[in-house]
Design a binder for this molecule. Structure first.
Ligand SMILES: Nc1ncnc2c1ncn2[C@@H]1O[C@H](COP(=O)(O)OP(=O)(O)OP(=O)(O)O)[C@@H](O)[C@H]1O
Ligand SMILES: [Mg+2]
Length: 244
């Protein structure tokens, strides 16, 4: 075995062909709101949606960041199900941004090929309009993570991100941002500070309480506004997951 592994060549993505994502059905079973709409899980996501709508009676456009203390608590699945629940309401337009450029999964859960996304926008390599993809679900658009930059922290330019979010808020009622875990990286606490609200996903029975509290502290110390928790991993009769 060689002593030093050769670094893999950086991945480069092409712009998404227009309409590509509209032709692909989102069929993964984790997308309960769409694919098992009568389930307890789907209902729980609708309840989370209703809480968010109630907290926003004047229907202002909002950016909501979804994070968790550690990896694998169910953030990305929760982000997509919340988005699906929001667009069930007539006229609500949602864009989901994959802000986890190190371990993106929004395109994967939707069965979409990886294309240029938010990284390219933040690096000035693609215009925002070019990376927005309409999905097969009406009024639900996504922006993928794009290629992983050599140093992902380089794209954490808050002024640039604020300007992108500002543009998105003009077009959408809700901008949902899927992020990495808060305890691993600075991104969520920094992005949380410039979002209107934060949902903290907690996998019941797995994530230690002190970790959740530490994540909460990190988010709130930078001024983040935690709207509530989304609990995953509860076991209703016959079901594997029950968020919130
Ligand atoms: N409601 C659900 N139903 C079935 N499986 C689920 C559900 N929610 C999450 N999972 C499973 O849990 C795992 C982690 O989910 P997810 O990718 O949403 O977590 P994450 O917090 O975004 O992870 P990461 O920190 O790696 O980004 C996946 O294998 C996913 O299939
Ligand atoms: Mg994820």
């Amino acid at each position: 075995m060689p002593l030093f592994r050769r670094k893999p060549a950086p991945q480069a993505f092409v712009p998404a062909p227009p309409d590509e994502a509209r032709q692909i059905q989102a069929e993964r079973e984790e997308l309960a709101v769409k694919n098992d709409p009568q389930s307890v899980i789907a209902e729980q996501y609708r309840r989370l949606r209703n809480s968010i709508l109630t907290l926003n009676p004047d229907r202002a456009s909002r950016t909501i960041l979804i994070t968790s203390a550690v990896r694998g608590e169910g953030k990305s699945v929760a982000t997509l199900n919340l988005a699906l629940a929001l667009v069930e309401q007539s006229r609500i337009r949602v864009v989901v941004v994959d802000g986890d450029v190190r371990a993106p999964s929004i395109e994967r859960y939707l069965g979409l090929p990886r294309r240029q996304g938010i990284s390219e926008v933040l690096l000035g390599e693609a215009p925002l309009k070019a990376v927005i993809r309409q999905t097969s679900v009406e009024r639900l658009d996504i922006i993928g993570a794009g290629a992983r930059p050599p140093n992902p922290s380089d794209i954490l330019n808050l002024d640039r991100i604020k300007s992108v979010l500002h543009q998105l808020k003009r077009e959408y009622d809700y901008v949902l941002i899927d992020t990495p875990p808060t305890l691993n990286l600075n991104d969520p606490s920094m992005l949380g500070a410039i979002s209107d609200g934060i949902i903290l996903v907690v996998r019941l029975g797995e994530t230690a309480r002190h970790m959740v509290e530490q994540a909460q502290g990190m988010l709130e110390n930078l001024g983040g506004n935690i709207l509530g928790l989304c609990l995953t991993g509860a076991q209703p009769a016959g079901k594997a997951y029950q968020p919130y």
